[in-house]
Design a protein around this ligand. Structure first.
Ligand SMILES: [Fe+2]
Length: 213
């Protein structure tokens, strides 16, 4: 019988050295001491954390808890904390290491958008990657994806916004993103999205989970 508190645990390389995103399989009696964002990364099972059920692809910040059992979780920490109203301390280095949106998507309106993406890593058929947006950035309204996406806020305060049209004035819903929060799916059963965008109020970092259509 194994006494290990997990069967597989790895730090996702794309997160280093700016923060730590760990993927853990088959957690058993796993102690979480420091403030940590826990994402239930199993698509089927709820997990019990601090006497409450955490739904698949839901998340929160926890400290001083032990997770009795979880098939798949993602644990995220960032130094010194998940929120600062000043710039993110590693913003300059992230901008050098990650890829600017204009080098990923060649559209004129994104040319001056202060948005960067890390490398990606696939775990259990989910593509995981990190995004950084500078304070007061509109990250670009769009309504097409070849995948189903969810975002977990890690650092700073932002908003996921929905629009009737490809136009900021047609806003009809706003979901504030604070550290530890994963928003509800914006797509429907057919992977159709409303016009939507991420807006960063402060410097923001979030985890994107992309599922095959
Ligand atoms: Fe999107």
């Amino acid at each position: 019988m194994s006494s290990m508190p997990y069967t597989n645990r790895k730090i996702l390389k794309f997160s280093e050295p700016f923060l730590k995103v760990e993927y853990i399989e088959n957690a058993k009696n796993l102690a979480i001491s420091e403030k940590t964002i826990i994402v239930n990364a199993d698509s089927k099972s709820e997990i019990l954390v601090a006497n409450k059920m955490l739904k698949p692809w839901s998340s929160s910040i926890y400290a001083n808890v032990t997770i009795a059992s979880a098939p798949r979780i993602i644990c995220i920490t960032v130094e010194p904390d998940f929120l600062s109203f000043d710039s993110f301390s590693n913003a300059h280095a992230i901008k050098k290491k990650w890829t600017k949106i204009s080098d990923i998507i060649s559209l004129p309106h994104l040319r001056d958008t202060n948005l960067w993406r890390s490398k990606k890593e696939n775990v259990d058929n989910v593509e995981l990657n990190l995004w950084f947006a500078s304070s007061k950035t509109d990250c670009g309204i769009h309504n097409k994806h070849g995948f189903r996406e969810l975002h977990t806020q890690i650092f700073g305060i932002g908003r996921m916004q929905k629009f009737h049209e490809n136009d900021h004035d047609s806003l009809y819903q706003e979901v504030f993103m604070s550290p530890g929060h994963t928003h509800e799916p914006f797509y429907n059963d057919r992977c159709e999205y409303p016009w939507h965008q991420y807006h960063a109020d402060t410097d923001c970092i979030w985890l994107a989970a992309e599922f095959d259509d």
